[in-house]
Design a protein around this ligand. Structure first.
Ligand code: PHB
Length: 394
């Protein structure tokens, strides 16, 4: 593959030379070099599996297009961000400055993504966010060059809060890792839960990515709320669900969450996730042709079913393609490319979505109930839910 890319580049340089001598506009020749895509994702730590699902599905989409988008081959540059905000600026600069990528793609962790956004803004580099839900990315820190194909932390959490009051719960305790994603998810849940007449009686937090839950479970047992809402994902989510069941709480205090708790983690929970109710913009077994084709292709290539992270990675590649098609692969036409991305309808495995004016998906949030290793939908918790985008000035 690398060899092919290099050969192609040599050929293109020759073409560029000929083009100049024949006075063909340079843009045409330039458009034939590969597009450099910087993948900044976690390859280690509690979110490693999430990063790999995003990477897999982004590449699957590009391969389905024959390895080119709008006539341009794709050259990947990768950095393991370790879900470490302290290393995020340096890691993003490696891709943007050292490697000179045309587009930055990442990441899972909200704190890391907020630092990436600052680098992308400084350099005016196109930035696609295939997971991190940090509300501010499409609120106060929104930007013409930043597009998200995932969610805000607020979105599934708000929908979950609405559903929990709908189920008649009056009191809730929340527990999360103490960083942007969890804190914002708790805010979203609390807003809807209290709008619906409920009361969050205690907000518990533990440092990311800690998995020592025992003292919190003891406290929850003593508080006896009607419900518990948590934000955990990846490896830590599996540990939490197992501990919750082992503490005997699963049958006495219903546990709710944004669907990250149970997406891609039910196998590792070994039965402790059975029946858990969550809210998310994806579910297993959706009745749409795009999802069926995507799931079959992902399973065939990677030998496992896709999850929400894979969907978001696939859609990041689809959104990039929508922009590139509009400019015939010429990324120097920034304004036209971004305009096309802003107005795109993405035919996603989750169902079609468009972007809000702050570049975040307007999407249905499904209510799901875990069964075996899947999260089938039991209905829609919030239809075409748009993040409020508060404070976004483009
Ligand atoms: C985040 O940090 O924004 C985040 C991480 C993992 C998830 C969801 C959100 O599953």
């Amino acid at each position: 593959m690398k060899q092919i890319q290099h050969n192609r580049r040599t050929v293109m340089r020759t073409v560029a030379g000929l083009a100049m001598s024949a006075l063909i506009p340079l843009g045409v020749a330039q458009a034939a070099d590969p597009i450099k895509v910087g993948m900044m994702l976690p390859a280690t730590g509690t979110y490693a599996k999430l990063g790999s699902a995003i990477d897999n599905a982004f590449k699957l989409y590009v391969e389905e297009q024959g390895g080119t988008l709008a006539g341009r081959s794709i050259e990947y540059h990768a950095v393991d961000d370790e879900s470490d905000p302290a290393k995020a600026t340096e890691n993003a600069n490696r891709l943007v400055v050292r490697d000179g990528v045309d587009v930055l793609v990442g990441t899972v962790h909200s704190g890391v993504a907020l630092a990436m956004a600052r680098v992308a803004k400084q350099r005016d580099t196109l930035f696609l966010v295939p997971n991190a839900g940090a509300d501010d990315l499409t609120r106060a820190q929104c930007s013409p060059n930043l597009f998200r194909t995932s969610f805000t932390n607020w979105q599934p959490a708000y929908a979950m809060g609405k559903a929990a009051t709908g189920m008649g719960h009056k009191t809730a305790v929340t527990l999360t890792w103490k960083y942007a994603a969890g804190l914002e998810a708790v805010n979203g849940f609390k807003q809807a839960f209290e709008e619906g007449g409920g009361k969050v009686v205690k907000e518990l937090t533990t440092p990311f990515p800690g998995v020592e839950f025992q003292s919190f479970l003891t406290e929850i047992a003593a508080l006896k709320p009607d419900a518990v809402y948590v934000f955990f994902a990846g490896g830590g989510a599996a540990k939490f669900a197992k501990d919750y069941a082992a503490a005997g709480l699963k049958d006495s205090v219903p546990l709710y969450s944004s669907g990250f708790l149970t997406d891609g983690t039910l196998g590792a929970m070994g039965g402790a996730g059975e029946g858990l109710i969550t809210a998310l913009h994806y579910a297993d077994g959706l009745d749409n042709a795009k999802d069926k084709a995507f799931r079959a292709a992902y399973q065939a290539k990677y030998g496992m079913p896709p999850d929400v992270y894979a969907v978001q990675g696939y859609d990041a590649a689809q959104l990039l393609h929508a922009g590139l098609k509009a400019v015939g692969g010429d990324m120097s036409k920034k304004a036209e490319m971004r305009a096309a991305m802003r107005s795109a309808t993405i035919e996603s495995p989750r169902g079609n979505f468009t972007l809000s004016s702050s570049h975040n998906p307007v999407q249905d949030i499904y209510l799901r109930k875990a069964s075996g290793e899947e999260n089938p939908s039991t209905g829609i918790a919030a239809k075409a839910l748009a993040d409020p985008g508060t404070g976004c000035k483009m």
